[in-house]
Design a protein. Structure first.
Length: 450
């Protein structure tokens, strides 16, 4: 096992060279040692190695005397639902999210679907696994199989009023993951005219990495929206805990603007509540939160860190530009289907087309999109950038945030890759282009010098 598979908020690596069945077996024992659960939920995404890894988890939990509920192939947010809704003691889903097909991994939660991160026990599990520690019980754990799809669909429908949703033409891309089964379940209760893309379950991911944040993976849905003249497009990553939207012209909508839109939706219904965002892009969300009487909180990037802060603040909603959206009434967890339902209802209630619904944000805030740079000395780059822009307002919530009156940027090191990520926003397209060029040149010069 490669110990670097333990990331800041999950476990992820190449199968079987970096993680394998032995990893899963000892992870189950480690989980039992650390959290002492009576019953855990186990699920998996569509990856080809998932079934074997689940088998190893079951063997470990069984030896540790922990009862198991196997919910089969799922979306990751279905794990959160199963653990919290039915009152189990925790859970693990075998998933590598949006990574290429050769990867697999584990996402873990405690009772109530409370996240397990590097701040809350994940690295202690790492030590147990590396030491091959076991929790051996005199009584073997029992196994139950449970189909939760219908209960899950009914629960997420409670976030909207299905009677207020008009029939919409939608292109939906499940990227060969289980989102397809969930959407088909929703379509029994809400009026949808669906054009389905990549709908069958296939852990080979025949069209490449199942990540709609990669521009190349968006081409198919963008072209289909234009060809079919649909109301909008929606895509999910392989485990469907993130969702991504496209307007009626096929244009990709940054998750930053969806965060601002959903923040407005919740504050109009629940004035004065707290909204959490990440520091990469902030102005649109901040302005809509303040204008609607809410409180805007900036937190470091990462689904486990956001969830922990949500619980601490009792925030009603949180969003990240990466396509993660979190809901207090969904156990303070992220969900990739609830935004889809809310946007269907917003389009129906307002009578607007998708681009007009987003226009209050897209016409005022101009963003670079995330630009990644492979940098060996990441911390030195951040120090040099802070020195160069020392006359700005500076924050270190996550990486380096630099703000001026008409533009701002955030540099942060990736938690999962050897990259520095740049996000920039400005009050005009001209300033955006100028400052993007300026920062790109600064990085080139830094790289050349070092």
């Amino acid at each position: 096992m490669n110990s670097s598979i333990f990331k800041a908020y999950d476990i992820r690596g190449i199968y079987p060279s970096e993680l394998d069945e032995e990893t899963a077996y000892y992870l189950a024992h480690a989980y039992a040692l650390k959290f002492r659960p009576k019953t855990v939920v186990i699920g998996r995404d569509v990856r080809l190695s998932g079934l074997s890894l689940v088998g190893a988890l079951k063997k470990g939990f069984m030896e540790a005397g922990v009862d198991m509920v196997d919910i089969g192939v799922i979306t990751t947010d279905m794990l959160y639902f199963a653990v919290a809704h039915y009152g189990y003691d925790g859970g693990i889903t075998v998933s590598a999210s949006h990574n290429p097909k050769e990867y697999n991994g584990f996402k873990l939660v405690k009772k109530g679907s409370e996240a397990i991160s590097s701040d809350s026990g994940l690295f202690q599990l790492k030590e147990f696994v590396l030491a091959k520690q076991k929790k051996i019980s005199n009584q073997l754990g029992k196994l139950e199989e449970k189909n939760i799809v219908l209960d899950y669909v009914q629960f997420i429908l409670s976030f909207v009023d299905p009677g207020k949703i008009d029939k919409k033409k939608v292109v939906a891309n499940s990227n060969f993951g289980f989102a397809s089964h969930v959407v088909d379940g929703l379509a029994k209760y809400i009026p949808l005219e669906l054009t389905r893309i990549n709908w069958e379950l296939d852990g080979n991911f025949p069209k490449g990495r199942p990540d709609p944040l990669i521009p190349g993976s968006r081409v198919e849905i963008m072209e289909t929206v234009k060809k079919e003249k649909t109301d909008f497009g929606v895509a999910w990553d392989a485990d469907a805990d993130r969702c991504f939207f496209f307007d009626e012209k096929g244009n990709f909508i940054d998750g930053y603007f969806i965060t601002a839109l959903l923040a407005e939706y919740f504050l109009k219904r629940h004035p004065g509540e707290k909204i959490i965002g990440d520091p990469r892009l902030v102005w649109a969300t901040h302005d809509v939160v303040i204008n609607n009487g809410g409180m805007h909180i900036i937190n470091k990037v990462g689904h486990t860190f956001i969830k922990e802060r949500m619980r601490a603040e009792n925030a009603i909603f949180a969003g990240e530009m990466s396509g993660h959206y979190y809901f207090r009434d969904y156990f303070y967890a992220d969900n990739g289907m609830i935004p889809f339902l809310i946007i269907l209802q917003m389009l129906s209630e307002t009578g607007k087309i998708m681009s007009k619904l987003l226009e209050p944000f897209t016409s005022k805030y101009f963003v670079s999109g995330e630009i990644n740079f492979e940098i060996k000395n990441k911390e030195a780059l951040l120090r040099e950038a802070e020195k160069k822009y020392q006359d700005s307002s500076i924050e270190h919530v996550d990486g380096l945030s630099v703000e001026y009156a008409d533009w701002r940027f955030n540099f942060r090191s990736s938690n999962t890759e050897n990259l520095v990520r740049l996000n920039l926003e400005a009050r005009s397209l001209e300033i955006l282009q100028q400052k993007t060029d300026e920062l790109t040149q600064f990085i080139r010069e830094f790289t050349h010098i070092t």
